[in-house]
Write a protein that binds this ligand. Structure first.
Ligand code: BES
Ligand code: ZN
Length: 586
């Protein structure tokens, strides 16, 4: 039996929410959602029911019209526990509540922060432990429930959810939508967005949702989605979520992508105009199996979600774009991993795959480690057993654990049963419970990587006429080249890089981010206006963190980092805001 999830008050083995009926009204003026939740449990409750909440106001709790006694207890980073008394024997109860304008999962955007500039926008980001700021719940990935929602939003706006939409109608000042999630999901996959949202079909089971202003380019960018689905189905088995739609968010969305079931949320920075960044779509799609079907039981087992998904993502990319391309991504991932090790040099415990997070906010230790070290472990197992056997293992792993949430221990036991030889040959204890990277970890080679290393050697010999070489490269090669540079360059070398990479013309944020870091560390002030503009618009943590870190670490730009953060922080999503805040406090 798994142990206690350190981030939820729910205890393993106690009654679980099986279904919730939600009636939600989104109030943009006050930036709150008013809610009524009817919960059904999988068995009769004990005397006291405890639910996770955070910054949620409770109006009342009742069962069959009879009020129940409740109180909110504690006040930590986990929020407050709602205790309901006199619940013994009940299978259902109702809670009326309201979210707070400071709800950690919700971001309320002014019209200026949208592409259209005329209407407001609101979206949720519940992973890992923020669903409790939207609805009182057992906010642990170990509990799964189905749900129905009646959602009321201002008449001129549209609503989408990570669920099937069954009805839309206008009523007075409101648009009313009904949604249904018929598969049991963990709370972190609950998701909604409200704004001026239109849609366009891009495949038999897929459409893109976005503000009308960005819809055509978004539909073009993600046109490969059906081929990705076909590749993923071959690897993992049936796609059970009916639809795979994409929602392109406003630029303040804090992540690259979020695998909300049936409706993946994506940053608009993926719209590069050349389909060069679509690997994130493969990643979020892969979560439909690894994460959304087979779920990590706690955030200490997060590598089971992300390591598996990176592995799957690269298998899909290999099928679609070839092994060289997949290896190039893996090489980039290895660099990210080494960078994460460096950031964790004082806290090496966070470089373990299985982490211990009692008292620690998972957002505070979010890094590439579960992604890339998890990926490398799975590659090591694959290499120990051969791809064919490993593919059979993948298929049975998904089948046997679908709709369950599992711990690292369960994974290891299953591996030992299914692939006993590989489980013996791979030093699982070293991989899972020790910090750092085992010597045996795969190193990737491909012509694409060799080209980058050759060009780098030429640069180191003093050659600067590399424009023609670089212009033949794909985006990932360019990123690899830039990332492997020493942070601080002379202004002359910065100017060379600018020319070699056609920086003035590039809109690709994957290239701009490492470039801005070099410019910041080198106090190359010509680029500062562009950096200011970028930080004022883009809220994606993956970009904000390294750029603010570079500005902060250079004594000459430290003041600028603070000034820009003060100016822009209200535009960032709460998770991105606190991530940057932590960097600036170091
Ligand atoms: N599920 C994650 C995003 C996430 C992780 C949100 C933890 C909150 C807490 C998503 O699948 C993801 O990994 N996104 C990556 C992109 C991916 C290609 C590595 C991102 O946003 O950068
Ligand atoms: Zn992921």
């Amino acid at each position: 039996m798994p142990h206690q999830d350190p981030h939820s008050c729910w205890t393993f083995g106690s009654a679980q929410i099986a279904h919730v009926d939600l009636d939600l009204t989104v109030d943009f003026d006050r930036q709150v959602i008013h809610g009524m939740a009817d919960y059904r449990f999988d068995r009769a409750l004990d005397d006291v029911l405890r639910l996770d909440t955070r910054t949620v106001e409770i109006d009342d709790v009742s069962a069959g019209g009879r009020p129940l006694k409740w109180r909110l207890e504690g006040e930590t980073y986990l929020g407050r526990v709602l205790s309901v008394e006199g619940a013994r024997g009940l299978n259902a109860l109702r809670i009326r509540f309201a979210t707070s304008p400071s709800a950690g999962a919700l971001q309320w955007l002014t019209p200026e922060q949208t592409a259209g500039g005329k209407l407001p926008y609101m979206f949720s980001q519940c992973q890992p432990i923020l669903a409790r700021s939207v609805i009182p719940c057992q906010d642990t990935p170990a509990v799964r429930f189905t749900y129905d929602v009646l959602l009321r939003v201002p008449r001129e706006l549209a609503a989408v959810m990570a669920a099937e939409r069954t009805e839309v109608k206008q009523e007075g000042n409101h648009t009313l939508c009904r949604f249904r999630m018929r598969h049991p999901i963990p709370s972190y996959l609950f998701a909604l967005a409200v704004g001026n949202i239109a849609s366009q079909r891009i495949g038999p089971f897929s459409c893109v949702y976005a503000e009308p202003e960005v819809l055509p380019e978004a539909a073009w960018e993600f046109a490969d989605v059906q081929r990705m689905i076909e590749g993923a189905v071959e690897l993992f088995g049936e796609y059970i979520w009916d639809r795979f739609d994409l929602l392109v968010m406003p630029p303040s969305f804090p992540y690259g992508g979020m695998e909300n079931p049936t409706l993946t949320f994506l940053t608009p920075t993926l719209i590069a105009g050349d389909r060069s960044l679509v690997s994130i779509v493969a990643h979020e799609l892969a979560h439909s199996w690894t994460g959304n079907l087979v779920t990590n039981a706690t955030w200490e087992d997060f590598w089971l979600n992300e390591g598996w998904t990176v592995y799957a993502e690269r298998r899909i990319l290999e099928r679609l774009y070839g092994v060289e391309f997949a290896h190039l991504q893996a090489a980039g991932g290895r660099n990210d991993l080494l960078a994460a090790f460096k950031n964790f040099s004082d806290t090496p415990q966070y470089t373990k795959l299985k982490t211990e997070l009692a008292g620690v906010d998972p957002d505070d230790v979010f890094s590439s480690v579960p992604y890339e070290k998890g990926y490398l472990l799975l590659v090591e197992i694959e290499r120990a057993t051969g791809r064919e056997a490993f593919d059979r293992f993948i298929a049975s792993y998904i089948r046997d654990f679908a709709f369950t949430s599992i711990t690292t221990v369960q994974f290891v036991e299953y591996l030992a049963r299914q692939l006993p030889e590989a489980a013996k040959r791979v030093d699982l204890d070293r991989w899972i419970h020790q910090p750092g990277l085992p010597e045996s970890a795969a190193v990737f080679s491909s012509n694409l990587i060799d080209e980058v290393r050759t060009a780098r050697a030429r640069w180191d010999r003093g050659e600067r006429n590399l424009h023609d070489v670089v212009s033949g490269w794909n985006v990932q090669q360019r990123v690899l080249f830039l990332e492997e540079f020493p942070a601080c360059l002379t202004h002359e070398n910065c100017t060379h890089l600018e020319r070699i990479f056609d920086i003035e013309r590039t809109r690709n944020t994957e290239i701009l981010q490492p470039w801005y870091c070099i410019a910041a560390s080198s106090t190359y002030d010509r680029v500062f206006p562009a950096i200011r503009e970028f930080l004022g618009v883009v809220g994606r943590g993956k970009y904000l963190k390294p750029i603010y870190r570079a500005l902060h670490e250079n004594p000459k730009t430290r003041g600028m980092a603070r000034e820009l953060f003060e100016k822009f922080k209200s535009r960032y999503h709460p998770v991105a805001r606190s991530a940057v805040q932590r960097i600036l406090e170091k």
